[in-house]
Design a protein around this ligand. Structure first.
Ligand code: GTP
Ligand code: MN
Ligand code: MN
Length: 388
């Protein structure tokens, strides 16, 4: 039977990849609260609960209007009992006691601060928390053995926790373009991730690199990295080489998040534009990055003429480009639901490399994002509406 819909709500579908989710939406108070609960569940390594809260938040982002009362949510999918209780409390009281308690808890605050260190995931942060660490500076002073990523994460903590602007992403794009053209003329770079979805800022900058002639892209990443390193543009890099083989990694391999492209996690040293207040006005109310406490105690006056910026580079053969583009554009929940839709509704297996049809026992070979949506029986959702 058809669910009964509140007056304001058109039919919202159950998978994020079936919905249009713009960047700007009308329920930030509710989605911010649910995000806190999702993060907290993640910090407690309860992935199921974390995803449930994220799904609830995502569906609220797709609503065309602000929710004022519980009846407005009639027929809206993906809202579990727990999420509904939290929403109800916020609608009635303005805040949720549970969310406020989490925000004030020592564990949440410490886990948030520690996982904000590049190179520190939930597992490491949780171990450090149980050993008594609370702040990034504790990780520096405790004598813990830190890997290279974590050392860089601490060294550039303030910069890496200052949002990257679109202007900075474009500057990085010019550098990457120059590097790629220098080592492989004709190669093409595409901005992916949050910036492709229209976000004005991001935690990093994501690029996909390919070459129109299949095979030419092989071995490209180390050359790009060498070019950048020779010019002092990299503060940190870790390159993984491509290991994807259709024959062995194909249908049997679960369509998991991790892919096997040639890929580089890096930190760029981006020259700051020279101070010129007219040309680079500070947005009203925007926090000056230098004013925040640094674990290294760097002061505003010591701020160098450059900024550390996280950059992800991925190289894809042109035959897999559409999958890589779709897979690296996000959002993460949108990707998760695409794969879930493929598996549960279509008996297909989708990854950032391929689409396999288990009913026909063969690979499908779409050449564009639009063709992938069509093969999955989904309406095409443009990147700007994948902000689930
Ligand atoms: P911000 O960077 O915070 O602005 O958001 P974002 O959406 O760009 O997130 P992020 O850079 O973390 O990831 C971009 C997209 O790449 C998301 O859809 C992720 O799911 C995806 N992604 C991240 N890591 C991997 C990976 O190892 N493999 C694949 N296939 N996708 C990944
Ligand atoms: Mn990103
Ligand atoms: Mn990224």
């Amino acid at each position: 039977t058809e669910p009964s819909h509140g007056a304001m709500v058109p039919t919202l579908k159950g998978y994020a990849c079936q919905r249009r989710t713009p960047l700007q939406h009308h329920n930030a108070l509710l989605t911010d609260a649910l995000l806190v609960l999702a993060e907290n569940a993640e910090f407690c390594e309860d992935e199921g609960r974390s995803v449930a809260f994220r799904r609830a938040g995502a569906v609220l982002k797709a609503l065309p209007q602000a929710v004022h009362k519980m009846e407005d949510l009639q027929g809206v999918p993906c809202l579990g009992g727990h999420s509904q209780r939290v929403i109800k409390e916020i609608l009635e009281d303005g805040t949720s006691r549970e969310v406020e308690m989490v925000l004030q808890s020592e564990q949440y605050q410490a886990m948030k601060a520690l996982t904000n260190i590049f190179g520190v995931g939930v597992k490491t942060a949780d171990r450090w928390f149980r050993e008594g660490l609370r702040l990034p500076s504790d990780a520096l002073n405790s004598g813990h053995k830190l890997n290279h990523a974590q050392q860089a994460g601490l060294q550039y903590y303030d910069d890496l926790n200052t949002p990257v602007t679109k202007a900075e992403a474009d500057s990085i794009g010019q550098i990457v373009e120059e590097a790629v053209q220098a080592v492989l003329p004709g190669a093409e770079i595409t901005l992916t991730g949050g910036f492709r979805r229209g976000k004005p800022t991001g935690h990093d900058v994501d690029f996909l690199i390919t070459h129109p002639e299949e095979g030419k892209e092989e071995g490209l990443m180390p050359k790009v990295v060498s070019w950048l390193e020779a010019r002092g543009l990299l503060l940190y890099q870790k390159t993984n080489i491509n290991s994807y083989l259709e024959a062995t990694d194909g249908p049997a391999r679960p369509p998991h998040n991790m892919d096997r492209f040639e890929r580089c996690f890096s930190i760029f040293r981006l020259e700051r534009p020279r101070a010129s207040p007219e040309q680079h006005p500070q947005a009203v109310g925007e926090e000056q990055p230098q004013e925040r406490g640094s674990p290294l105690g760097r002061r505003a006056s010591e701020s160098p003429g450059w900024k550390a910026v996280r950059v992800d580079l991925v190289v894809s053969p042109v035959s897999q480009f559409a999958f890589a583009l779709l897979g690296w554009t996000g959002s993460q929940l949108f990707e998760r639901d695409l794969r879930r839709w493929a598996g549960q509704e279509k008996r297909m297996s989708l990854s950032s490399h391929a689409l396999y049809d288990s009913t026909q026992n063969r690979y499908l070979r779409p050449c564009s994002e639009a063709e992938i949506f069509a093969l999955l029986g989904l309406e095409f959702i443009p990147p700007s509406e994948r902000n689930a």
